[in-house]
Design a protein around this ligand. Sequence first.
Ligand code: MAN
Length: 539
Amino acid sequence: MLPKLILICCLAVITSGSIPRPRGVADSNASHYQPNSENVFVCIDGSQSFPYTYVNDDYCDCADGSDEPGTSACPNGKFTCTNIGHRPLIVPASRVNDGVCDCCDGTDEYSGNIACVNTCNELGKKHKEEVERIMKLQEEGVRKKKEFAESGKKMKEEKKARLEQLQADREAAETERQEMEAKKDEAEAPEKEAKDRHQKAWDEEKARRSAEKDAAAGMTAFNELDSNNDNFVDVLEMVVHNEFDIDSNGVVSEEEAKEHLEEVEKVDQDTFVSKIWPNVKQIYKPLVPEEAQSDGEASPPAEPQGETATPPTPETPGSPDSLPPPPLDPEDYYEEDEEEEEEDEDEDDDLDDRDDFDDTQDDSDEKMPDYDDETKVLIEAADVARNSFNAADEKLKSIDREISSLQSYMNLDFGNEEEFSVLKDQCFEYTDREYTYKLCVYERASQRPKSGGSETSLGTWGRWSGPENDRYSSQLYERGQNCWNGPDRSVKVHFKCGPENQLTNAYEPSRCEYAFDFITPVSCSGKVSPLDTHAHDEL
Ligand code: MAN
């Protein structure tokens, strides 16, 4: 049995609220504790009833703990401190008379074990100031938000008008492009015809020149092979040429020579050039002059040696420092000799053509000659048409690019009043111990190590991700760089009311799933939520 004094204490009635009620009862619950005519108390959950004297008798009777609002008897009981001067607080019943002051009015500690100082007026004052501060912030935020909303709407209107204008311009630009394309096609057809004609003539000329060169090479080879000058090349003249050694046994047999001569003993010049030369020209090597052979194996045949050698010139490198020229493919030097001969022969004829002769290029005669004047006029006209078409094409493309960018903008959700559009194209940073985090709103989020190194994508703009009743409270940036053995990185950005646009925190609640806190006037509602002041109360 509890001492009488305590029992009296427990039955003490709070009268300060609107309805007198037993200790620990919240004003809102007071009606449940009004004694009825039979002096019976009905548990709040309605499950049981007891004599009124059971209330706060320090023995738990009701399953919901409602008969002991002012004692610690019920494990699930709740004690409400009135906290006059501040605001009521509900604490678990276990904290009643536990020797710790939980309520600012000290009413949770009435056993006399501890004397609690009433700090409610002081706390109430601070709370009031805090509420006023937040109210001011909210009001200021709401004012700015209105401005942002206005500029957002204006921006959207402007973009819409620009889009309509571009859509109209596009039609004209497309027509112009079509016209220019037709003109280009019209100008290119005769140009192509003339160019093709020119090319064909040049191809034929090249083929003719090549055949001529080939025949000349064949004739030279014939003359070289015909060592007895009887105007035939025969088997015996062939066997001294090692390159005709078909079975590579080091000796050219008469059979092998004959095989190269298409199974005849000897051929005249015409037959050699037309029938034999095409088959042997790839392997044929002119015999190396004997003098050269006696001086050394590696010396090229054309290089004069010994006392009669001329001093080295740039064309015939021979100084001790310079390297010997790489061994030439016999066909190459053979052809060069031919060219030299030809050039000598045609020197007079060629004089007129040599104005633009570039002696660093051996194949200058292999360059296609300039187009004739008629073709040049056609090319010029086609160039003009092409340039006009390219300009019209670029104009249309640029319109299309702008249209597509405007359409993407129009598809973005900037909030009910377009208030979030102020954040579009703006980037914000936050640096913690390890990383600098960056958020480009409606674009992307990233992370960069402070110690250097490359940036990691944490995601690109995805969608608004707040709950149904508070849709614009968070944004999701997704599909960032994949996390090793984990998900693609992503960021949830939490928007809160604040005086300026600012990224205030960045953290990683779970590996590669990041969270940013962002304050902005755009998120101000003008109302003070209990959560806003909670932290200050706890202090
Ligand atoms: C990097 C950073 C971290 C992340 C790890 C995961 O170090 O992106 O934020 O947790 O990779 O491996």
